[in-house]
Design a protein around this ligand. Sequence first.
Ligand SMILES: [Zn+2]
Length: 246
Amino acid sequence: MALKNSEAVVLRTYPLREADLLVTLFTRSEGKVKGVAKSAKRSQKRFGGALEPATCVRAWWQDREGQELARLDSCDVLLSPLASPMDYARAVALAHVCEMLDDLLPDREQNDSVFRLAWAVLQELETGSIWLPVTYFDLWMVRLLGFLPPLEECIECGEALEGRPAWFHALRDGLYCQQHKRIASSEMSVESRALAAQFFRNPVDHFADIAVPANRMADLRKFLMQILSRHLDRTLQTAAQMEKLD
Ligand SMILES: [Zn+2]
């Protein structure tokens, strides 16, 4: 079968037999593709550092008749996370982007909006603080997957929440006004909701030079991770790691 190629993000690798690696890629042309990189553990020649998770590559692969796993032929690195200094926060942020893509997207379903989002956010995670690009990514992912409730009104009474306090609850969708908030709710600040509105109007690199403190967006991230926990019926591993970084 023909050799295919596409821009792709390496999401994860898994040792397979003695020398092979099972690689999950998020490709622009076909969505998530799983493939076997033959002898990738033994020979550094063909793949080098290209299979490090969160690397942006051009991948070449071949589908095999009647087989779920493709044969990964080669990868050219376009942007490597190893090219910039790595610290723990950045490692967690990159792992978070990969976990979100791997756990929330179906196999072999093209999604150009999510691909462009991931690609842009990975460029922004090259330098500077992780919090803005990560929160931007989480908000847009939840929205593009169709899980985001309206942020402008109380989900119970429809009252406008702009400029007023709003609450959310781990077990329920949406934001609530003062009157309808449940016991054990968390508050989402007016500032975080205003920032979310800006995120919807601008590309992520628009915010590159704007310093936003991590705690400004912690409530927004908590709200988004609770939405995903309800949909996945479990908590993302990196969501807990991110929370400890705050
Ligand atoms: Zn209400």
